[in-house]
Design a protein around this ligand. Structure first.
Ligand code: SF4
Length: 312
């Protein structure tokens, strides 16, 4: 078993293990199970109940709010074939894995039906669909986390995507890389270098404290990809100017450009992370005044309609 696989198995699962590790009683079990990789847990300050990394994995009971639903983006309605989401004209998204290295409590896909939507097991239908979509030039690997797949499976999938002559770009969205830095293997780097596709790797990082030395060292080994980051604006985690400024600067130091700052998707159980539009817009204006333009992520909201809404 390779190193990242071993690290992926070192996780805190459920309230009991989490309470024991953090020497606390704040964790309780909810429908969306607790899953915290040990490497990520070790970045959390055990003496700080407001640690911004802790807040992302700590389930909380929120007041019932009817605006928060099970599936806020209703992605399933844009799925002409199981395992594939086709929402924008030039790109399709593949659900490649139902597994995530970490369970983020704000996740908009926490109730997604992964058993029905598995791109790998429905590949023939997906292949037939993409072959006919000549306006599509980009395939996005999503999940779950596509880097939960082994390098071998990933390589096979990328080779299949290369066979579509009209596909020029491969985009991979992943949070695994930052929570289990050893997932950035030499083989992964080689796969991304070998492909004829232009590769865009989008990391999902919400706070500078997540940028461990191991992650920064390993991400620097990826040679053939445009590195972008998307964050979710989360109350109590990153909704202040200093935190967002530091995040942008440290991402840039790691060779990653801030790309999107997403407004929270209103999924049940995430009510306590909500930041108002007014506050988000103010923060964004302040970031623009403080940072070079290329360090200011686009502030966006996914409406669950055919296009993202740009808040600015
Ligand atoms: S890694 Fe992404 S898909 Fe997985 S739980 Fe976190 S936010 Fe959701």
């Amino acid at each position: 078993m390779n190193q990242w696989n071993q690290q992926a198995r070192k996780v805190l699962k459920g309230a009991s293990q989490s309470n024991e590790f953090f020497n606390t009683q704040v964790f309780s079990d909810h429908k969306f199970p607790i899953k915290i990789p040990l490497e990520y847990a070790q970045l959390i300050d055990q003496n700080n109940p407001n640690d911004p990394l802790l807040k992302q994995v700590l389930p909380q009971t929120s007041d019932v709010n009817s605006a928060y639903v099970s599936s806020p983006l209703n992605d399933e309605q844009y799925s002409p074939v199981d395992g594939l989401i086709h929402k924008y004209p030039n790109r399709v998204l593949l659900i490649t894995s139902q597994v995530c290295a970490i369970h983020c409590q704000y996740c908009f896909r926490k109730n997604f039906d992964y058993t029905q939507h598995d791109a790998l097991s429905n590949w023939l239908a997906i292949e037939a669909y993409i072959e006919k979509q000549l306006a599509v030039n980009e395939v996005i690997l999503s999940g779950g986390d596509p880097l939960s797949l082994s390098d071998e499976k990933l390589e096979q999938l990328i080779k299949k995507i290369e066979n579509f002559q009209h596909i020029t770009t491969l985009r991979i969205h992943s949070r695994s890389m930052v929570v289990i830095p050893s997932r950035i293997t030499a083989k992964l780097s080689k796969i991304l270098t070998k492909t004829r596709l232009k590769v865009v790797l989008v990391t999902h990082i919400n706070h500078a404290n997540e940028l461990s030395a191991a992650f920064c060292k390993n991400i620097a080994k990826i040679e053939n990809a445009t590195l972008l980051n998307q964050s979710v604006l989360l109350k109590g985690v990153n909704d202040d100017l200093d935190t967002l400024t530091k995040l942008s600067l440290e991402l840039f130091s790691a060779g990653i450009l801030p790309y999107y700052l997403h407004m929270l998707d209103k999924v049940k159980g995430a009510e306590h992370y909500f930041v108002t539009d007014e506050k988000a817009l103010k923060l964004h204006r302040q970031l623009q005044a403080k940072l070079s333009g290329y360090l200011v992520p686009k502030l966006v909201r996914d409406q669950g309609e055919s296009a993202k809404t740009w808040l600015l």
